[in-house]
Design a binder for this molecule. Structure first.
Ligand SMILES: [Zn+2]
Length: 212
């Protein structure tokens, strides 16, 4: 594997299936992110490495445009996000990430809060005690006995049905803190097509994990 000019190239024998390379790469993502960051500080952050990069927001492609401006902020447009960074900012890359992450978190929280309220009513549950959004590698959400729910920020790229499924899944854990048959019956009762969404996440989940 070679990491250079903000690109990752993987060399493999021709008989290796792409999905195996993907899995392998998935395990290496921390290392890759580290290399990219390292090279960034060498290359000088003023080059705006993420210019014209695109991400997925609620399953829609959104381009990221970076510019310098009076204030550091994110302005949403129809098909792109304009991220302006003040020239006074020292670490452009860090600021850029922080602005983007905060913006996406707000979008995801707004949607999840709305759907949590809806599904809580449907399921006859009280609202959870706490709701957190974080960046996780191997889970879409979690629920504990203190009725605290977490959701993965990377869900922001998924279609609404997949996010709804994760919400119902975690809400069903308020009653069953396991994956018993009774748990899955509860998921199905309130989200009959849950298998489609769960499969969607299995198949596309990795593409939602951009370097953050
Ligand atoms: Zn679960």
């Amino acid at each position: 594997m070679k990491v250079h000019s903000q690109k990752v190239t993987v060399y493999a024998p021709h008989f290796v299936a792409k999905k195996h390379i993907d899995t392998w790469l998935f395990d290496k993502q921390e290392w890759v992110a580290e290399q990219l960051k390292k090279q960034l500080s060498i290359d000088d952050t003023k080059q705006y490495p993420f210019e014209s990069k695109k991400i997925s927001v609620f399953s829609e492609t959104i381009y990221l445009k970076l510019d310098s401006g009076q204030d550091s902020k994110v302005t949403p447009y129809d098909d792109h996000l304009l991220i302006t960074i003040s020239p006074r900012v020292k670490n452009t890359y860090q600021k850029y990430r922080q602005l983007l992450e905060t913006y996406l978190k707000e979008q995801l929280i707004a949607y999840i809060e709305m759907r949590l309220a809806y599904f809580c009513t449907q399921m006859g549950e009280e609202l959870p005690n706490d709701l957190k959004i974080g960046v996780y590698k191997r889970k879409w959400g979690s629920c504990n006995s203190k009725r605290e729910l977490t959701f993965n920020l990377h869900l922001i790229g998924a279609p609404y049905h997949a996010i709804d499924y994760v919400i119902v899944h975690e809400l069903a854990h308020l009653k069953y803190l396991n994956h018993s048959k009774a748990f899955w019956q509860r998921v199905e009762a309130f989200f009959p097509d849950y298998k489609t969404s769960s499969n969607w996440l299995k198949q596309n989940g990795m593409s939602l994990q951009w370097v953050f």
